[in-house]
Design a protein around this ligand. Structure first.
Ligand code: SF4
Ligand code: ZN
Length: 287
């Protein structure tokens, strides 16, 4: 495929994914989670093109700064530069420090994360989710879009299986739950290597630094395994996605209000409250 045909095919697949799963509505205020990595900047570019066809919709980019020096600083700079070149996209930023009172580096370096027996990526992922939800509500967003690719989604499903946790909602599908901004993943049927190609062809910046905590994560092990498996058996990721989604029984999930913060959750106490308690934080931000 030439660059033009590849771009067209790529964007068409994303638009089809959105339509097939009713991810977006014509009048949505769309919050795009922009970490500053190539995946999120690619998502922002593609969604801007799709959204232009819907005059009643609007978009806002949200960046969460977890406080990972060098790595996140570079990503935020990339996001700022990229967004400043896109006409009129609103860009808002929030940091863990502002919301929770610490940076991820702080709690790792102080040994708090280690003593609590949790991984930096668990703290990062769960608190980032809460931060995004808070910011999306603050800006009146009706939906959050994330740049999770096919590879990310299959990794997540496999991690859930290893944790004995298959009764979840299908990943990145719009589910309206009162008190939470729905999240969708328009790249869930797009392989990571195609996002890389799209980013490369359209001058989207790549980060030169990797997250210092990535190697400690379970996701990293699973990612390496799946990448190698997909290389040797092309098509495995699609098959795995379909198989996992057949196993999911969302009707079994009981959504209740977290006993501490009141945010909807499938547990008695939500993961954010659990993590913040481990880290000694008393005040739980909800909005
Ligand atoms: Fe956060 Fe882990 Fe990703 Fe680093 S690798 S940004 S710590 S989730
Ligand atoms: Zn809670």
């Amino acid at each position: 495929m030439c660059s033009r045909c590849f771009t067209k095919t790529f964007e068409k697949r994303v638009a089809k994914t959105i339509a097939k799963h009713n991810m977006l509505k014509y009048d949505d205020r769309i919050a795009v989670a922009v970490s500053g990595g190539k995946d999120s900047l690619t998502l922002l570019r593609v969604l801007t093109k799709i959204e232009a066809k819907f005059p009643k919709s609007s978009m806002v980019a949200i960046t969460v700064d977890e406080g990972i020096s060098i790595y996140r600083d570079e990503a935020i700079k990339n996001a700022e530069d990229f967004i400043s070149r896109m006409n009129g996209i609103e860009h808002i930023k929030i940091s863990f420090k502002e919301l929770f009172g610490f940076t991820l580096d702080d709690v790792v370096k102080d040994g708090i994360v280690d003593r609590a027996g949790i991984k930096p990526c668990t703290v990062c992922g769960i608190l980032r989710r809460r931060a995004l939800d808070i910011m999306a509500r603050r800006v009146g967003a009706t939906v959050i879009t994330t740049a999770h690719t096919l590879d990310d989604v299959v990794q997540t499903y496999l991690m859930n299986v290893f944790r004995g946790d298959v009764d979840k909602q299908p990943f990145g599908i719009r589910t309206e739950i009162e008190g939470l901004v729905p999240r969708v993943a328009p790249f869930k049927l797009t392989p990571e290597d195609e996002v890389v190609m799209y980013a490369y062809l359209h001058g989207i910046p790549f980060q030169s630094h990797v997250c210092p905590y990535a190697r400690t994560s379970m996701r990293n092990i699973i990612r390496n395994f799946l990448t190698e498996y997909e290389e040797n058996h092309p098509g495995t990721l699609y098959t795995a996605l379909t198989s996992f989604e057949r196993l999911i029984k969302p009707s079994n999930i009981l959504i209740q209000k977290c006993k501490v913060c009141g945010v909807p959750t499938s547990r008695k106490i939500c993961r954010t409250c659990e993590i913040l308690k481990h880290l000694g934080v008393e005040e739980i931000p909800v909005q």
